[in-house]
Design a protein around this ligand. Structure first.
Ligand SMILES: [Zn+2]
Length: 334
């Protein structure tokens, strides 16, 4: 037995090394890894004091830069060029939601656009699961407003509630805008044309929650969740609402849709978009809130800011700001 093996074994060490090197080269060629072509799950987590914040990706939408208003085309073009988007008019734009675990309640802020006309949205439920939670665990959904990319994900394709154990909260002004015909008279003409279709969608997504007595409105800042309050920020829609979360001296303000084009509207908060129901009020709300938030400490998050959509604001002169995104951290904190 030993004799027969030694018969084939190379006599000199150098021949053995050459043989092994050839074998290694051959196996390397055979083991080329196939490309994976899949993305990391769309969630990002941080602690805000004792509150856990999970940013969630619902998908991307293309926004056309032609919807920018209240800014001259050369000024808009200049700011877009700085973000290297001057050669095309469509800007891939994140759509985010945020899950807040207060320790007592699990609160989702906005529900994404599943079932909306946006085919690239609807990843929120799978990303909630990927982050370790189940949609059934969610106690409440706080809506910033009732545009389809924020509320259409409340129901699935069979029109069943995606969050069957949640109570949905929306500001009374926002609710009335979509549910009371008299409330939609004063919106701009272009926007007015969209109202009937949008109203039908809102009624469809709200329906199962209204029927189950799980659709509630609020008026003012107080909400029944410790550490979370509403911040009136009307203009983008009649009752558009930001949410302020505080714990142990740390604060995060979730802006909702106060920014659609970060490369333009931080530098020029006076720039509006065509789908602001009341552009003058939208600009005033943005300018007032940015002034308050640019203290270098307060965390700021937005539904259409590059994922995970969390950062801080730095003041850059009179009524101009810069966006400072948070740094990825491989750990979540205490
Ligand atoms: Zn939106």
């Amino acid at each position: 037995m030993f004799r027969s093996i030694s018969h084939f074994w190379p006599r000199k060490p150098v021949i053995l090394l050459i043989a092994l090197a050839m074998l290694g080269a051959a196996s390397h060629a055979a083991a080329e890894a196939p490309m994976q072509k899949s993305q990391a799950p769309g969630y990002y987590r941080m602690m805000l004091g004792q509150v856990e914040i999970t940013a969630l990706c619902d998908g991307l939408i293309d926004l056309d830069t032609s919807v920018l208003k209240n800014i001259s085309p050369p000024d808009a073009q200049n700011l877009l060029a700085r973000a290297l988007v001057d050669n095309h008019r469509k800007v891939p734009t994140a759509t985010n939601a945020f899950l807040v675990n207060t320790g007592a309640k699990l609160v989702l802020i906005d529900a994404g656009g599943g079932t909306s006309p946006w085919p690239t949205l609807g990843r929120l439920p799978r990303n909630i699961r990927a982050s370790g939670y189940m949609p059934e665990q969610i106690d409440a959904v706080l809506l910033t407003h009732l545009h389809s990319d924020h509320c259409a994900g409340l129901i699935d394709a069979q029109r069943k509630p995606v969050y069957p154990n949640a109570v949905v909260y929306v500001s009374k002004a926002e609710h009335d805008h979509w549910f009371d015909a008299a409330e939609t008279k004063d919106v701009p003409g272009a926007y007015q044309k969209l109202v009937p279709k949008s109203r039908k969608l809102v009624h469809d997504v709200a329906g199962p929650y209204v029927a189950a007595n799980r659709w509630k409105t609020f008026d003012g800042a107080e909400l029944p969740f410790a550490g979370i309050k509403a911040v009136a920020a009307a203009g983008h829609t009649a009752g558009h609402t930001a949410y302020e979360i505080s714990s142990e001296g740390q604060t995060l303000v979730i802006l909702g849709d106060m920014v659609h084009f970060p490369m333009v509207q931080f530098t020029r908060p006076d720039a509006a978009v065509a789908f602001d129901a009341n552009p003058t009020r939208a600009v005033a709300a943005r300018e007032a809130l940015f002034r308050r938030l640019a203290d270098g400490k307060t965390f700021v998050a937005g539904m259409h800011l590059p994922f995970p959509g969390i950062g801080r604001l730095r003041a850059e002169g009179q009524n101009a700001y810069a966006w400072v995104p948070i740094e990825y951290s491989p750990t979540v904190g205490k």
